[in-house]
Design a protein around this ligand. Structure first.
Ligand SMILES: Nc1nc2c(ncn2[C@@H]2O[C@H](COP(=O)(O)OP(=O)(O)OP(=O)(O)O)[C@@H](O)[C@H]2O)c(=O)[nH]1
Length: 369
């Protein structure tokens, strides 16, 4: 019997997971491995002032930021354009031929429209194959996130592989409880426990061609819904010129039509270098009082007396140890070295956040919706 011809299409992996689950951390770790050097990375940012791509150590032409909205709502046209461009630039030898594509979605993305987009476009599906959805699940926050956010449930249910992150922050009993919960949502996906963000390429390899039949029946329904939605709309997802950009170009305004109306993002920026002590106190107070409604906080700060940009990261009531970037970005919104914090909140007015932070930092932030 003749063997089927090898599938030479470039595998595309979708790295998803709820806000702050550890996607960028995993991506960084993976890209450090020499075997991952021919990987094109597409990062989708939620919020006007994207931070993630500054936190990814890969800086070359095969890193693309999709920032004109959320990838599952409004950026599907950008995604196709970016993939076509990656392919064509490889053919023209402007970049090394790409062996795989990794798409990091926003924490609120629904994987269904992304997979649908990849499978339905003629040019893209002839050259790229969806090799699977890898979902990062935060062991510390998963129970509450799965209770409250349907996006988190969909991301788990659609996974081909589950990466249970932050296992170093929970005990064995908590870990087992989360794993049991994940197994009820997605019994089939292999699960890898991640400690301190450490993973190797094997964590994402060979997820297999995306096959909705191997998931719970709902997944098929979701993909079916996407197909129906696409048929009903039959309008390009994005109008105007190609809206994806490389890091450094000006960001576009964001929009979100798919997510809960009470989830929103805003940016607070500070003109003057910040007093670290006052800022830390303000942030701790915010986390204590509003942790549940602060889905995600991240940003780069200009701290008095420190020449390097300090990275601040929080997920709900947890603030992670601050780190520094090796240098300030030379282009893009952060090149002006002002401190900026991106907030993704549920039901929390930005004035309240600005007032608390401002009163303890000694300077009122400028707010941007
Ligand atoms: N202790 C510990 N911290 C982790 C681990 N993975 C991620 N973190 C921390 O969790 C915070 C959020 O991680 P990110 O990688 O930025 O999460 P993300 O999913 O990319 O976040 P969004 O893009 O905003 O959704 C950072 O401060 C990380 O250092 C882990 O396995 N262990």
């Amino acid at each position: 019997m003749s063997q089927p011809a090898a599938d030479r299409r470039v595998p595309v992996m979708v790295l998803t997971g709820f806000l702050g689950a550890g996607k960028t951390t995993l991506l960084n770790r993976l890209l450090r491995d020499p075997s991952m050097s021919r990987t094109a990375v597409l990062i989708n940012e939620f919020g006007e002032i994207g931070v993630d791509h500054h936190l990814v150590s890969k800086v070359d032409d095969s890193l693309v930021v999709l920032d004109s909205g959320c990838i599952c709502c409004s950026v599907q046209g950008d995604l196709l354009r970016a993939l076509k461009d990656v392919f064509q630039r490889g053919v023209r030898r402007e970049i090394d031929p790409v062996e795989r594509v990794l798409i990091e979605t926003t924490g609120l993305a629904d994987p269904a429209p992304i997979i649908h987009t990849l499978m339905q476009d003629f040019f893209v599906s002839a050259r790229f194959r969806c090799d699977g959805v890898i979902t990062a699940v935060d062991a510390t926050h998963a129970p509450a996130q799965l209770d409250r956010h349907r996006e988190a449930v969909r991301q788990v249910a659609m996974a081909d592989r589950l990466l249970l992150t932050k296992c170093d922050l929970v005990d064995a009993a908590e870990r087992t409880a989360v794993i049991d919960r994940l197994r009820t949502l997605n019994p089939g996906a292999p699960l890898i426990e991640v400690f301190d963000g450490v993973v190797g390429p094997e964590a994402i390899e060979a997820c297999g061609i995306y096959d909705p039949g191997s998931k719970l029946p709902d997944v098929e329904v979701w993909l079916g819904e996407e197909a129906a939605r696409a048929r009903a709309q039959r309008t390009p997802a994005v109008t105007g010129p190609a809206a994806w950009r490389r890091p450094g170009a000006a960001p576009a305004a964001t929009q979100s039509v798919r997510h809960d109306a009470d989830v929103r993002s805003f940016v607070l920026s500070f003109d003057e270098p910040l007093d670290w002590l006052g800022f830390s106190e303000g942030l701790s107070l915010l986390l204590q009082v509003y942790g549940e409604r602060l889905l995600r906080v991240k940003g780069l700060l200009n701290v008095s007396g420190d020449p390097l940009p300090r990275i601040v990261q929080c997920v709900q009531h947890v603030g992670y140890p601050p780190a520094s970037l090796p240098a300030w970005p030379e282009s893009g919104p952060y090149a002006d070295r002002r401190s900026r914090l991106v907030f993704i909140v549920r039901d929390l007015p930005q004035e309240e956040v600005a007032n608390i932070l401002g009163s303890l930092c000694g300077q009122l932030p400028v707010t941007q919706a």
